[in-house]
Design a protein around this ligand. Structure first.
Ligand code: AMP
Length: 544
């Protein structure tokens, strides 16, 4: 311990204070569909302090979970700011989840307060009665009476709640290793798992996001956060904006290509971040309705592999550079970013840019197969394992019982992603170890769908596997084995399945087979199914 340096804890409260004091000209702006509403970072800091005061009066204390059920907007950023700074834990709920998953997650996380957008009250009302630990609901810009809350839950209007509270708050000094925020992964084989970020992990990750090795953010940027704030903290853009002074542009509920482009025309972002399907839609819209995008220096694409054709089209047709990144809920978002080496010409750069990217110094990585660490020679294919200060070391457990421990390997996180790493350190993913289907950037559990189909009395076996889809990147296809003499058709099976899954998850493609191929240990062999599908060997029925 020869160091003579001071030991100031890294905390999100510090970042919030800094944003309010140093970035006085930076703003957060929300699109309302036809116009914008903005607040400066000092105004944001003042309102966050009011919210912290109000939440304290509601009894919110250290580590209490304050959830959000919101679009990306000004108020969501206020909750993002106030909750960790006051020592409570921010939990952004995924508004697109099936009700049962939402209820499971809110109960597992023991959410105490939920802040809900007025436009989402109707959806939220359906799940609230089953959320056992929620005591307060705060409605933003909406009708508090529309909720019909159970007697155990008090409902408040956001603006009324914070009105009259002081615009400064005495934020506590926090241990940098204490919890600041949490996000849930979608369960692949079991229930969703909670990742709890610390102040230190979010602070370090936010710093990384601002660097030229990641998004090169500065106070000259206006960053359009299309990626939802419930998807790995909007890839850390909110906290990275506090570090860098980048202004934030929030699309609220206007996420279709037309409204997004209207927002872009009005607010002229310099950078933007979203999953590939968003950009595919934007590109298609631009073909019909050309628009100047010269203000946009870069779009960041991640969450699933960027289609090279998308990258090319954006660059060739609109002069917008696409930056590809890989990450997970467990890696605080950015685990690798595909900036090409400095020596590479445009042509030489291409394979690097479509790869999943280069790891930053704080993300140690290795490939493992069957317990052996593989060489990083661009050839050997293995499961990617990572470790570092913004990688989760375990999953949240309310009971202290270990959850999802098979995701960890001697201190490393097993990512479930299979790929190669080149001798110069670039990751290229080949497949996912598990067979979860990613549709429009959102997970669909193949096992859940299989269980749903197999609960139909006419079904002997059903295997669900991912197939490419032009619009959504990937969609589920169901291979069904009917019981002898059974006659159920696709319509009957889909009707049945609709009772146990969200509508957007319902598969369009179905194939009736005599037998589902099996691996050597008797599991469904989805790799073979995918190959059969690609080769046109399966007779596929398309539902409407
Ligand atoms: P999530 O936790 O929902 O963000 O999902 C993380 C998973 O998404 C990773 O484990 C990958 O399987 C996939 N993923 C994320 N980014 C990429 C990418 N750039 N290319 C391919 N797959 C990706």
């Amino acid at each position: 311990m020869l160091s003579t340096m001071q030991d100031e804890p890294l905390s999100l409260g510090r970042l919030l204070r800094y944003a309010g004091e140093a970035h006085t000209a930076s703003t957060v702006t929300t699109w309302t569909g036809g116009t914008t509403r903005s607040r400066s970072y000092p105004e944001l800091a003042a309102r966050a302090a009011q919210l912290a005061g109000a939440l304290t009066k509601l009894g919110v204390g250290a580590f209490d979970r304050v959830a959000t059920f919101m679009w990306n907007n000004n108020e969501h950023l206020e909750v993002y700011s106030a909750v960790p700074a006051m020592g409570a834990v921010l939990h952004a709920l995924n508004i697109r989840l099936f009700p049962e998953q939402l209820v499971f997650i809110a109960n597992h996380a023991e959410d105490r307060v939920v802040v809900v957008d007025g436009s989402l009250v109707e959806t939220f009302a359906k799940v609230l009665p089953k959320m056992r630990t929620v005591r307060h609901v705060v409605v933003v810009n909406g009708d508090v009476h529309a909720l019909d809350a159970p007697p155990s839950v008090a409902v408040h209007a956001y603006e009324d709640l914070i009105a009259g509270e002081p615009t400064t708050f005495d934020y506590p000094v926090l241990d940098e290793r204490s919890a600041a925020a949490m996000c849930y992964t979608s369960g692949t084989t079991g229930d969703p798992k909670g990742v709890v970020y610390s102040h230190r992990s979010l602070y370090l990750h936010a710093m990384h996001v601002t660097t030229p090795s990641a998004m090169s953010l500065s106070a000259r940027d206006r960053c359009l956060a299309v990626v939802p704030m419930f998807h790995v903290n909007a890839w850390s853009l909110p906290y990275a904006a506090f570090v860098s002074g980048a202004s934030l542009l929030m699309p609220d509920q206007f996420l279709q290509p037309g409204p997004l482009l209207a927002f872009m025309a009005a607010a002229r972002p310099t950078c933007a971040a979203a999953v590939p399907t968003v950009w595919t839609g934007v590109l298609a819209r631009l073909e019909q309705h050309p628009q100047d995008l010269s203000h946009l220096r870069e779009v960041v694409v991640g969450g699933s592999a960027v289609p090279p054709v998308l990258m090319k089209a954006f660059e060739d047709q609109h002069g917008v550079r696409v930056l590809h990144g890989w990450g997970m809920t467990e890696t605080s978002s950015l685990g690798a970013v595909a900036h090409p080496p400095a020596w590479a010409s445009e042509d030489e750069a291409w394979p690097y840019r479509v790869s999943q990217g280069l790891f930053p110094p704080l993300v140690e990585h290795r490939l493992v197969d069957d317990g052996n660490v593989l060489p990083q020679d661009g050839e050997a294919l293995g499961e990617l394992e990572v470790r570092g200060p913004w990688i989760t070391g375990s999953y949240y457990s309310p009971t202290g019982e270990l959850e999802g421990s098979d995701a960890f390997d001697d201190g490393w996180l097993r990512t479930g992603d299979v790929g190669r790493i080149s001798p110069d350190g670039y990751l290229t993913l080949a497949d996912r170890a598990k067979d979860v289907i990613k549709s429009g950037g959102e997970w669909i559990s193949s096992v859940d769908l299989e269980n749903g189909v197999m609960s139909h009395p006419d079904v002997a076996e059903a295997a669900v596997f991912g197939v490419p889809d032009e619009k959504w990147d990937e969609r589920p296809c169901v291979a069904v084995v009917l019981r002898g003499g059974a006659t159920a058709d696709v319509e009957a099976l889909r009707d049945h399945l609709a009772g146990s899954c969200a509508k957007w998850q319902l598969p369009e493609r179905w194939t009736f087979v005599a037998e589902v191929p099996k691996t050597s240990v008797g599991k469904f062999d989805k790799k073979t199914l995918r190959q059969q599908y690609a080769a046109g060997d399966l007779e596929v029925v398309l539902a409407d």
